[in-house]
Design a protein around this ligand. Structure first.
Ligand code: GLP
Length: 369
């Protein structure tokens, strides 16, 4: 259904899997199924939008395996990559050109002329962006755009604050992104390019279907903002709430900030197969393996008798009035989330364990992942 009402009835479809391998498997299956159903030909190719980053790496690996097994051909597939750094040579190991050939294009049968990647060294970057949009239009638009998401919720390089109606253009990278991507540049932020060419939010919105991969706890806030938050240019993932066919496939860690209610709702949709918008492989409910704790059956439990009731209240259950007074007298000092995590999480552990368990701050995990 199209038209003004469409925006109100279409929203996220969410698939949750236990880990990133299962997520990659699902997405690879999904893409293969969509290409096969489309039955592309040379004159009517399947137009696929593609991302870079750590998240899609395994997806590409599986697609290559499936190609080698003869299950899929990319002969009649045309690709458009989401983005590219500005100012690093095309053959730089961290350019997105290098990434795509290394992980995907060199291993499958896609004809070189079907591959489209923005040129971050073009003499006229604005003209390069305009011609990219024109090329997409010449192919009749993108059928399926696969994307990742940054820890700050960006899709492609549409950093927080990007216009939701943006098209392919030059973007200055946000500090968070430079920091996150410095892991590919020997952790030296000075070596990370400051600019990139990227498709816009509107370019992605124009695709007939968008599939987002989100794995790891460092993506949990972005997933929460994108799915449960309002449509907001500070979390550009959220723009997809207005898309007709947006699908996010995430692992359990990426759902950590979602409400239990939200997770259960999306799981129930998958379990009952009630999502009429499914375009990929049929929804198959894969129950999680549940291993119940062993029950001690050697000693049957008896109902307590009045004689079992302790005469005295155990020491632990008595109110420590001294501690209570001490707490009331102490001045309230604001603490950080990380200090509370350490206290509460380690507090219940045996003393012997304390030395082995260290909790890091969310910020540190985001930067180091
Ligand atoms: C970069 C890319 C994005 C990608 C993001 C997350 O900023 N421009 O397209 O989604 O990184 O990448 P990763 O999957 O490595 O976390």
């Amino acid at each position: 259904m199209d038209g003004p009402l469409a925006a109100f009835i279409f929203s996220w479809r969410v698939i949750i899997r236990e880990d990133s391998t299962a997520v990659s498997d699902y997405i690879a299956d999904y893409i293969i199924s969509r290409i096969k159903t489309f039955k592309p030909t040379e004159s009517q190719p399947f137009v696929l939008g593609l991302p870079t980053g750590s998240s899609p790496e395994v997806i590409y690996k599986i697609l290559v395996q499936r190609f080698r097994a003869g299950e899929i051909s990319f002969k009649n597939v045309v690709t458009f990559n989401m983005d590219e750094y500005v100012g690093i040579p095309r053959d730089h190991p961290e350019s997105y050109h290098s990434f795509m050939y290394k992980h995907f294009f060199s291993h499958v049968d896609i004809p070189p002329q079907n591959i489209n990647i923005l040129d971050g060294n073009a003499p006229d970057l604005a003209a390069e962006c305009a011609s990219y949009e024109a090329r997409i239009a010449r192919f009749g638009g993108i059928e399926l755009f696969l994307g990742g998401v940054g820890p700050d919720g960006h899709i492609a390089f549409n950093e927080p604050g990007s216009s939701l109606s943006s098209r392919t253009r030059v973007k200055t990278l946000a500090y968070d992104t430079i920091l996150a991507n410095s892991r590919f540049f020997d952790n030296d932020i000075d070596r990370v390019p400051r600019h990139a060419l990227t498709v816009g939010i509107q370019t992605i919105m124009d695709a007939r279907e968008v599939v987002i991969v989100a794995t790891g706890p460092h993506k949990a806030v972005a997933v929460q903002k994108g799915l449960e938050g309002g449509i907001n240019h500070m979390w550009t993932l959220s723009a997809l709430q207005l898309h007709r066919h947006p699908l996010v496939v995430c692992d359990r860690d990426a759902t950590l900030e979602l409400k239990v209610k939200t997770v259960r709702y999306f799981e129930s949709i998958e379990q009952t197969g009630t999502d009429a918008r499914t375009q990929g492989p049929p929804l198959v409910y894969r129950p999680r393996t549940y291993v119940p704790a062993p029950i001690n059956i050697s000693k049957p439990r008896q109902q307590p008798t009045p004689n079992d009731t302790p005469q005295k209240v155990p020491k632990d259950l008595r109110i420590n009035t001294e501690l209570q007074r001490q707490m009331e007298e102490e001045e309230l000092t604001p603490d950080s989330m990380s200090s509370r995590l350490v206290d509460s999480a380690v507090g219940g552990f045996d003393a012997a364990l304390r030395g082995d368990v260290s909790f890091d701050r969310m910020g540190a995990r985001v930067a180091s992942h």
